[in-house]
Every structure is written in C-alpha cells, then in structure tokens.
Design a protein around this ligand. Structure first.
Ligand code: KG4
Ligand code: ZN
Length: 344
C-alpha cells in the first residue's frame, strides 16, 4: 500500500458476531473496501439457532474471517485506526466472542475500540452506498428479533414510533415456515416458494393499535388453520405448499405496509427506508417500490448483502462514531438485550 495514501486515510476493521454469522469488514474512511461473511450451517439440523453451537462456531471462524478480510482489503493490522464490534443485542455467548476478539486487537494495536448497536447498524446500512438518505428519515426495521418503526435522527439517535408487542416478523416467517416443514431460516425459502404460488388463504391480522405490531396471533391462526385442514386431508401442506407460502408472505407484507403507511402519515417523513433480514424479501421490496411511487415517497432499500447480518453495516456506523471520537473503554461488556434508545 502507498504510504502517502495510507497517511490520508483511516482504516476501520468491523466485526459482527451477534447471531449465526461471523463477519468482518474493512472501511477506508466512509468507503467500504471489502467484507467477508461466514454463515453457520450447523443450525439447519436443529431447525433454529442453538446459542452454544453458535458461540463455538464463532470461536473457530472469527480468526480466519478477520484474517481473510484484511488480506482481501490489502490492509495490514498495523494500518488500522480502530476496531469496531457489535456489542448487542444478540446472543450473549456469540457477542462475547466478537467483543473479546476486538478488545484483544485494540489493546495489541493500541487503537480505539468502537462499540456498535446491532439494530442501529441495520439502519445505518443505508449509508454504505449511494443514494444515502438524509436525516431524519423513517425506517422500518424487520429482522429475526426486531420489528420497529423508527424516526432516525442521526447515527445514534433513533426514536421508536412503533414496535412489535410479541414476535418479530422474521420469527413469524421462520415459525410458520417450520409448521410447513421448511428448513431454518424459513424466510428466504418461503420467499422462493411463494413465487410459484397464488394467494389462496388468509389469516388473522391482530391489531395492537397505534404504530405497534403483533405477530403471535397470526402465527397461532396459521397453526389452527393447518391443524384443521390436515384433519380433512393429511397431504394438505404438501399439496398446497406454494400457495400457503404465498398467502402467509402476502399477509405479513400487508401488515407491515399498512403500518408503514400510517407511520408516514403521522410523522410527515417522506424519506423512507427498510432494514434488517426480512428486507431481503422480494415481495416486500417490490410492494415497497410500488407504494413509494404511488405515494411520492423517496424510498431507500439497501443492497441484499447489507440487509441480512453483515459487518459492513457495523463499519458504516463505526465511521460516524469514529469521527465524533465516540470510543468504548476496554471494560465494556456485551448486552444480550439492548434497547435502541438505551445508552451505555
Ligand atoms: O437481520 P437478520 O439477518 O438477523 C437478525 O438480526 O435477526 O434477519 C434474519 C431474519 C430471519 O428471520 C430470516 O428468515 C429473515 O430475516 N429473512 C427473510 C428473507 N431473508 C431473510 N424473510 C423473508 N424473506 C426473505 N427473503
Ligand atoms: Zn440483524
């Protein structure tokens, strides 16, 4: 690497290990150079993420993932200006692996450590590539653990306008998918199968009021419907799999979009983004685009690689924090539960 170029740039290594992806990314100032993600396949056999298995897998993978990422980026450890890491929310054992690794690196290289909130990072994924939204914007966060409508004031200040009272929408995809016999995570599989089906069935749309969501009643209504149909026809699921996927997906997307419309009307915010793993859903992406055109919203959807868990979003958030010198101390501990509006 050219010495003069190095002197004009800050390099940040970002690490994500909150769930079942071990990921690293390298940023040069606000620009992502490269990212590496290793998704743990160990959980497929169990039909869901097993925390202990996840921590152990992170422990084996984190060294090689970081090493590969630095080599791909052409950046040496001694070129780094800071190390950023997801501090929560997530699985405690998994977070501990990433945080301990990052602390060790920060200490050895004598560079700042930056702690990043996982959900804020999902939102900040919008700033990785053009067009970057302005502040404030409205963001619908839809992941495996969260469903929230946020007023994003800056990289650190996000006001919760509404959120789920029980399950997250990603869980609704995964758990109803499991009822259909789909492998974990069921969301992407359901998305694919739904494209071959038609919307034949409809399920309960629980209404918790305001801008809040509720998906547990939806899940139960799918369960009761399947039990009833299977009593009449044992092959009901296999004979209707694509239509069931299409119907469940269409209902879930409808629930999300109805609340989003309401949030735009109430907040007056017309710059609208969507973030988190479920934003990879093709129906949601398509319907959002159509809705934004009809309603005159400026819509922001991150590229697929920045929707599901990744380290680029951690690095992007870290760049904002780096500029403000918002650094963590070496005694920081991960938080399995970490509310969006909570500060350390
Ligand atoms: O943000 P994420 O990668 O991890 C968490 O922080 O939770 O989100 C994972 C969730 C899972 O529930 C998964 O089924 C869902 O995102 N997901 C999808 C799709 N791709 C991922 N759900 C529906 N359609 C998809 N294409
Ligand atoms: Zn996530």
């Amino acid at each position: 690497m050219d010495e003069t170029q190095k002197n004009n740039a800050f390099y940040i290594l970002a690490i994500e290990s909150s769930c079942d992806d071990t990921a690293a990314a390298v940023f040069r100032n606000e620009q992502l150079i490269t990212q590496v993600t290793s998704t743990q396949l160990e959980h497929v056999a169990y039909g869901g993420v097993v925390p202990e298995v996840a921590s152990r897998a992170h422990q084996t993978t984190i060294g090689p993932v970081v090493d590969q990422c630095l080599k791909k980026a052409g950046v040496r450890p001694q070129d780094l200006s800071a190390v950023a890491v997801t501090i929560g929310p997530g699985l405690l054992g998994s977070l501990l692996v990433g945080v301990s690794f990052a602390k060790g690196l920060a200490l050895a290289l004598n560079i700042p450590l930056i702690d990043v909130h996982h959900i804020r990072a999902h939102v900040m994924a919008h700033w990785i590539a053009e067009p970057r939204p302005p502040f404030p914007m409205l963001c619908l966060v839809v992941s495996g653990g969260h469903t929230q409508l946020l007023k994003v004031k800056d990289h650190n200040k996000m006001e919760i306008l509404g959120e789920t009272m029980d399950d997250a929408v990603g869980e609704a995809f995964d758990k109803t998918g499991k009822m259909l016999g789909l492998p974990y995570p069921a969301g992407p599989v359901m998305d694919k199968l739904a494209q071959k089906g038609t919307r034949q069935f409809s399920f309960a749309h629980p209404e918790p009021g305001g801008l809040n969501f509720s998906f547990s009643g939806f899940k139960t209504s799918v369960l009761y419907f399947l039990q009833k149909q299977q009593k009449l026809n044992e092959q009901f699921i296999s004979e209707n799999l694509n239509d069931l996927c299409c119907s469940i997906q269409a209902d879930l997307v409808e629930i999300l979009l109805n609340k989003l419309k309401k949030a735009v009307a109430q907040s007056g915010l017309k710059h609208v983004g969507v973030a988190g793993g479920v934003s990879a859903n093709s129906l949601l992406r398509g319907e959002l685009q159509a809705l934004a055109e009809k309603e005159g919203w400026q819509l922001y959807i991150p590229a697929m690689a920045y929707c599901t868990d990744n380290a680029a979003m951690i690095g992007m958030t870290a760049w904002f924090k780096y500029q403000n010198r918002e650094f963590a101390t070496l005694d920081i501990v991960p938080r399995a539960r970490y509310a969006l509006d909570m500060q350390f």
